[in-house]
Design a protein around this ligand. Sequence first.
Ligand code: ADP
Ligand code: MG
Length: 611
Amino acid sequence: MSEQRAFQAEVGRLLDIVANALYSEKEIFLRELISNASDACDRLRYEAIAKPELISGDSELKIRIAFDTGARTLTISDNGIGMTQDELIKNLGTIAHSGTREILNKLDGNKKDVNLIGQFGVGFYSAFMVADKVEVLSRKAGEAKAWLWVSDGKGSYTVGEHLKDSRGTEITLHLKDAASEYLLEERLKQVIKKYSDHISFPIMLNGVTVNKASALWMRAKTDITPEQYKEFYHHVSGAMAMDAPWLTLHWRAEGSFEYSNLLFIPGMKPFDLYDPRRPHGVKLYVKRVFITDGVEGLIPPFLRFLKGVVDSEDLPLNISREMLQNNPMIHKMSAAITRKVLAELQEKAEKEPKEFEQFWALFGPVVKEGLYDAHSYRDALCKVARFYSTKAAGLTSLADYVSRMKSGQENIYYLSGSDVASAKNSPQLEAFKAKDIEVLFMIDTIDEFWLPIQGDFGGKKFKSVTRGDAALPKEEKKPEDKADLTEKLLARLKEILSGEVKDVCLSERLVDSPVCLVAPESDVDIHMQRLLKKSQGYETLHQHILEINGHHPVILKMKDMVANDAATETLRDTAFLLLDQAKIIEGEPLKNPSEFVRRMSRAIEKGLLAG
Ligand code: ADP
Ligand code: MG
């Protein structure tokens, strides 16, 4: 008895797109099915360490491809772990990957753009690109019962008990008319060679092994083509089809213990990069046996975008997944891998800065998390970190910034902001520009976390230019005319703006603008305050300091007004207008926009009448 079930709505939608795709690379369905078969063999081999009876009698794990020209069927079978009825329903009836779901939502209403399919791994469902009916017969290792899953990919499938005399999964594709090429031995061989040569289990076509059937990471670098690396990357990471690795690192560590590494830095950003529960993408193998994904402690969180394989010669095969976490050998491998990756990144940054810029745009904010929470890698991270600045054409390193520092400059100056373009226009930069002092732009959320605890680089302190005391290099102060009037004006402004700002002071950082807002030295940076406000709804917890430019014509005029004790209304209007203007530049909402407009109109009116 088999029962009929509906696909999860999203699977239905996905299948609809997949089945009608005019997608040119339909051949990748074979890669996907072989990849799944290989995963199934990997998982069985791991389970069999603790339970050898699962594999006894049939211990040569392999993948078999067969076709029947008369019946127009192509069959992919493995003697891997297999699936229970529940697993068939869950694995083949729902979408587990959040990334796929996300692209699916983007695709909606845009079904015609079939090329988008190439951007995400449709995995098992890619079978429906070439087949109008798919049968999955599976028997889980260690179980007596087998199950048959059948679907034409149109909204529903059936599952029922069925006979199968051996463990594993057998997938039968009833090929569409347009897919007859997959009934040709040479064509199949070509596709397997192209996409699946790296698979470490034998792939047999009509009884003959087609692939090399050895673990790719154990082969010599010189024997591996870039295409093979790329295919392995897809297999091991489930990366989107259009994604090619930005960097491939393949090396063997020898010494007190030995392990082989084949790691990739993706060329595209994964959807869930900022999901705090997201594990890294490095699989742990022990002597070619897959043990587990995402072992905690193997890859530090600030490198969680890494994908690939670490294969240890020394860990015991029968190590439990729970015991891995606190294993000292894992810690040692982790430290060595981290140093190696950081060293490679540093080299890339120095030798190929343009290419590095692509990487940094994708993963820079993640790497900088290490500056916040991975103290032992601080020095290496400081060598890798890159920033935009008021002077550098592209990205600059901290060391290069320091080498360009003016004599007498003691601090590394930075400005926080949400993007470089708007940060560049900040009034707080004026004096730095005038004095030709370089300022770094800190535009990532994470910058607000590591900067306060980092303190210094090479003995130079990090200083925000939007803080109370920016401590510009000392120089002769321009004698201030009417100093006593300045004091008077400051007092009046404090009075007028009390409750609006924490303080009003004379600025050292302004040249062209009349005013700007800064954060008190002891408080959080202005940019940080905004972040907190956004994320936690902080309102007036932190008030800013309004700094005024003693040499600006508007301020000079205001001094006169204070001196004459006249035009209180105009002084009030001007004070509020200046404050609102400073807020606008900071990207802060105005407390009372209609008041702002009224004041502005009055000012314009006066200006026009006077002129
Ligand atoms: P992914 O491989 O990225 O998880 P797929 O759509 O390719 O996604 O496969 C979905 C799931 O179906 C797999 O995660 C696996 O649990 C199960 N599966 C697919 N093929 C096999 C197979 N040959 N043997 C055992 N399980 C399989
Ligand atoms: Mg898969």
